[in-house]
Design a protein around this ligand. Structure first.
Ligand SMILES: *Cc1c(COP(=O)(O)O)cnc(C)c1O
Length: 535
């Protein structure tokens, strides 16, 4: 294997043609003055003196951009793309992330011209198809969650939490007192306390019981007239279903507090149980987890919020309504065009249902918490989620849930003799081990995760949830076949053997990658960022 890139002095990579599996020079290092990836036809209009004409904005120095040919750029990015591990390359057992397969048909549907090209400023009368997609998805999500209303605006799970807690706050304010505290179990995802804090609430920690669930007695003691809500992930981050959740809801409601459910783990519930039926007042979904939209890398996501009817008046504006005419619905801020869909404008090709109602945005919502995002949400993500839901149908979604839970339990059953299982409660869609036995030989969860890379798998989630010291959090999702699960299990068993026999091998992993183990502290504290401008 070639010397790792860190050994090479800055800037020398530009002189070496890297093997695709090894390092890749920066575009700046590959640049040669004068190279172009385009060719323009000869000027057929009179030339102007741009620097003189555009004095105020014209650069005094040319931009320091790399100069390369088209094929060099194509190869550069294609090579880089082969370094990414992806769900299309293999299993991605990151717990809490639901890295499931994203069926290609979703992409096809999302690229349908009329939807992909729809402009958000298009008059409602010409956007009835896109609005129908939104209406249908809203209906599917209210049905799946057992709630009464939903907003599709939030752009991610954390954004959904924020929106949901804004609703909680607005409702309490309408009752005369926003209250002060939000209770959060110690097993919670870090976004929950962050959300509570950013919505102006004090975070109060709720300790889990020995089974990893809510301690009902502690809860009863801690809920007061100052408690605005409990934020609860169900199933919890250790993959355990909170079987007392209806009692949790009763305890909260008795004191006028609300139950918020973090629905990021709905992959374990869809088609089986509905949060609306067990006392949840408001929740979010992660469409990019449960409903198969590609996620990661900071790409677009979607975190719809579903709520009970009493919270509906507070939902972000605008909300979709189906009716004849637009009277009293208000207009989009700063625009007079949105609601130009006057009754009678149907000669413009308006989609109309048989009962001659059509879909409109209602901006006239005096109790709304306001907008949380431009326009109507990440529409491409919404379309993918709807395609996935409709392609599966109710039975398919239920099967998906059952398979996800079965897969996690299969992994649990086949690894629990060699990896410590701190919580013995039945697992749902993910299973959390700890490195207790391996740590006795100095091998930690992070070492095992890095060794997994040598076996061709993406690591599981490391050191989370925090209530499990040295956690190994594994979520296979329903996408994996028995054969793939067996390969993964064999890899994990083999690493456990190595931890016994050759612990140093595991502690120095990965051994098969372009770059070996980094000094994580140095990588974070003194990142080595290099570029070489042409100057
Ligand atoms: C992923 C996740 C979130 C946050 O969702 P984002 O879309 O990443 O903002 C919140 N809670 C839980 C339990 C999660 O797994």
């Amino acid at each position: 294997m070639a010397a790792p890139s860190e050994a090479l002095p800055t800037g020398t990579l530009g002189k070496v043609r890297p093997h695709p599996s090894q390092n890749e020079a920066l575009l700046f290092e590959k640049s040669s003055p004068g190279k172009r990836a385009y060719k323009l036809p000869a000027l057929d209009v009179p030339a102007v003196n741009a620097p003189e004409l555009l004095q105020d904005v014209y650069r005094t120095q040319p931009a320091l951009l790399p100069e390369l040919s088209e094929i060099e750029i194509v190869r550069h990015f294609t090579r880089l793309s082969t370094w990414n591990y992806s769900i299309d390359a293999g299993m991605y057992p990151l717990g809490s992330c639901t890295m499931k397969y994203n069926p290609r048909v979703n992409e096809l549907v999302a690229r349908t011209e009329g939807l992909a090209e729809a402009h958000p400023y298009r008059p409602e009368s010409l956007a009835q198809g896109a609005l129908q997609v939104i209406e249908l998805l809203q209906n599917c999500l209210t049905e799946i969650t057992g709630m009464d209303a939903v907003t599709l605006q939030p752009a991610a799970g954390a954004h959904g939490e924020f929106t949901g807690i804004l609703l909680v706050r607005a409702w309490h304010e309408s009752q005369g007192n926003p209250r002060k505290k939000i209770l959060i179990p110690d097993s919670a995802h870090g976004t929950n306390p962050a959300t509570a804090a950013i919505c102006g609430y004090q975070v109060e920690n709720l300790k889990s019981n020995p089974l990893g669930g809510i301690d009902l007695e502690a809860l009863t003691r801690q809920v007061t007239e100052d408690t605005a809500a409990l934020m609860l992930t169900n199933p919890s981050t250790i993959g355990v279903f909170e079987s007392d959740i209806h009692r949790v809801a009763e305890i909260l409601h008795a004191k006028g507090a609300l139950l918020y459910m973090d629905g990021a783990n709905m992959n374990a519930l869809v088609g089986k149980v509905r949060p609306g039926d067990f006392g949840v007042d408001v929740m979010h979904l992660n469409l990019h987890k449960t409903f198969s939209t590609p996620h990661g890398g900071g790409g677009p996501g979607s975190g719809p919020v579903a709520c009970k009817a009493f919270l509906e008046p507070f939902l972000p504006t605008p909300v979709l309504v189906r009716r004849t005419g637009t009277e009293g619905l208000g207009t989009r801020e700063g625009s007079s065009t949105t609601n130009m869909a006057a009754p009678g404008a149907s000669h413009l090709g308006t989609w109309e249902s048989k009962d001659s109602t059509s879909l409109h945005w209602n901006y006239n919502r005096p109790h709304s918490v306001g907008r949380v995002r431009a326009f109507y949400g990440n529409t491409g993500v919404l379309i993918r989620a709807l395609a996935y839901i409709l392609a599966n149908g109710p039975d398919g979604l239920r099967q998906t849930t059952e398979d996800a839970v079965l897969n996690a339990n299969y992994i649990r059953a086949r690894l629990q003799d060699i990896y410590e299982l701190p919580y013995k409660t039945a697992s749902m869609h993910e299973v959390v081990f700890s490195d207790k036995r391996q740590a006795a030989r100095g091998v930690k969860t992070g070492d095992i995760a890095k060794r997994l890379i040598d076996y061709g798998f993406h690591p599981y989630t490391v050191s989370f949830p925090m209530i499990v010291p040295g956690a190994l959090m594994i979520e296979p999702t329903e996408s994996e076949s028995l054969e793939e699960l067996d390969l993964f299990i064999e890899a994990m068993r083999s690493i456990a053997r190595e931890a016994e026999e050759t612990p140093d091998l595991v502690k120095s992993a990965p051994h098969s990658t372009r770059i070996r183990r980094l000094d994580e502290v140095r990588a974070a504290r003194s990142p080595h960022l290099r570029w070489k401008p042409q100057a």
